[in-house]
Design a protein around this ligand. Structure first.
Ligand code: HGY
Ligand code: MN
Ligand code: MN
Length: 455
């Protein structure tokens, strides 16, 4: 049965993206809307109004995630969730996260305009603070939703002394209720996210839609390098305990370690670094920075981290400095289940040239995968650029991605019962036996008939 195409308004998508892009901190480069800032709250107010105009029941959960919900027509079915994030990195672009939330609005609009009521409840979510925050943690809202924010994390402070727990409350959440309100395995039938690829593969292969096969895991560390501040003019080179040259050697060691081949791709980055006292004529006494290692394999991330810690010890001993690596956060790598990939691929292939590919970026889907089957759809990034003002995707291509995720939701909803199961202990590969319980009968199109396809 061929899929009836949907007419998605590219012009409306352009207007929505540009409307949200107006709420930015103009003192920063690019389209900067950091979480827990006035610009972020203004953008969320705009989003709340959009959700209300579309007839969604709007609320914020304990983690301060903004949720627009619609009831389903059949009792007993768990919600299909579509979401992403509207916060950006500093100096970011207009598409990362944003198109996933706007796709949710478009889905609600199509349902309203076509008079469609899904069998499953629907939740459109703007997850709070997906990007690495001033608290040293990313995916804050989606971590909270799946009870993966530890009490230690909630007590972390940003540079102003604000405690994360209080930032969540000020953003409309209720941090003390996070665990109680958290969603558990089986509470959500399926989580789907539309996102820009943030890499060059779709563009270089001439594809317009990506079926995400897996998402990297990310280990982040806070590194402190302690040297001895001293006079830059009177201290001979051989008598220095320079924290910055020591830190620099460790940063280059990370680059060297991450440039080796391990069987799976791996990347290592230091993007945030502070020098103290940060004066031209003082030998740096302390350097603090955040370091991240990513791969589709946890074992490879751990192997690289172990090697880096050894190198840190050698650098510290040779230079007479102190080097401390403290774990900041971990997100597990995810493999998307074949069941989910097949349905998404069926929807995408009917719309535009489609390619299977993994995600080198982390997403809120990494957290939702702890309790539910997840799927993601990518649209191309021009030049593979993202996390910069040059981030761009043609609005027509965003519209194709919006149609693809809407068609995917319709396929999942129409074809099979998706009922929440007991705590299925969703593994990080999202292919655990949980699929059997929560995607009951949801099989590939071809196998559907003997798996109890609905009439
Ligand atoms: O950093 C990431 O991978 C994502 O863009 N937050
Ligand atoms: Mn990002
Ligand atoms: Mn993102």
């Amino acid at each position: 049965m061929s899929m009836a195409r949907l007419s998605i308004s590219t012009e409306r998508i352009r207007q929505q993206i540009e409307a949200l892009a107006a709420y930015i901190d103009t003192s920063k480069p690019g389209w900067t809307r950091r979480p827990f800032t006035p610009w972020y709250e203004q953008g969320r107010l705009w989003l709340k109004n959009q959700m209300q105009e579309l007839g969604l029941n709007v609320s914020q959960d304990a983690g301060s995630n903004l949720i627009g919900a619609l009831p389903g027509s059949e009792a007993g079915l768990k919600a299909i969730m579509v979401g992403s994030h509207t916060d950006t990195v500093t100096g970011g672009g207009r598409f990362d996260g944003i198109i996933g939330v706007i796709a949710g609005l478009e889905l609600a609009r199509v349902l309203k305009e076509e008079g469609i009521v899904l069998r499953h409840p629907l939740e459109i979510v703007d997850f709070t603070a997906e990007e690495p925050s001033e608290f040293g943690i990313s995916t804050i809202g989606s971590r909270a939703m799946v009870d993966n924010l530890t009490s230690e994390m909630l007590l972390r402070k940003d540079q102003s002394g604000l405690i994360l727990r209080d930032a969540i409350d000020q953003a409309g959440g209720a941090a003390v209720e996070i665990s109680e309100q958290a969603r558990r395995a089986g509470d959500i039938a399926l989580y789907l996210e539309l996102h820009i690829e943030q890499g060059p593969v779709l563009e270089q292969t001439g594809n317009l839609l990506g079926v995400v096969t897996g998402i990297v895991g990310i280990d982040r560390f806070a590194v402190t390098v302690e040297g001895a501040p001293n006079h830059a003019g009177t201290t001979p080179m051989g008598l220095r305990a320079d924290a910055l040259t020591g830190a620099s050697e460790l940063v280059l060691a990370l680059e060297e370690i991450a440039s080796k081949s391990y069987g799976e791709p791996i990347v290592g980055t230091v993007g945030k670094l502070f020098v103290e006292p940060n004066a031209a004529n003082v030998i740096p006494g302390r350097v603090t920075f955040e370091l991240e290692i990513r791969s589709l394999s946890t074992a490879i991330v751990e192997q690289a981290a172990t090697e880096l810690k050894k190198r840190a010890a050698h650098i510290a001993a040779r230079r007479g400095i102190g080097i401390r690596l403290e774990p900041l956060s971990r997100s597990e790598p995810i493999r998307v289940s074949d069941t989910v990939q097949n349905v998404i691929r069926e929807a995408c292939s009917a719309i535009a040239p489609t390619l299977d590919l993994p995600s080198g970026a982390g997403h809120d889907a990494n957290q939702l995968a702890r309790i539910a089957p997840i799927g993601m759809i990518f649209v191309p990034s021009v030049g593979g650029r993202s996390h910069c003002p040059e981030e761009w995707t043609a609005y027509e291509q965003v519209a194709s991605g919006v149609e693809a995720i809407i068609q995917s939701v319709l396929l999942f909803d129409q074809r099979w019962d998706i009922q929440g199961g007991e705590d299925d202990g969703y593994g990080t590969d999202n292919c655990g036996q949980g699929d059997g319980a929560s995607l009951q009968g949801l099989a590939t199109g071809s196998a559907a008939s003997d798996a109890g396809e609905r009439p």
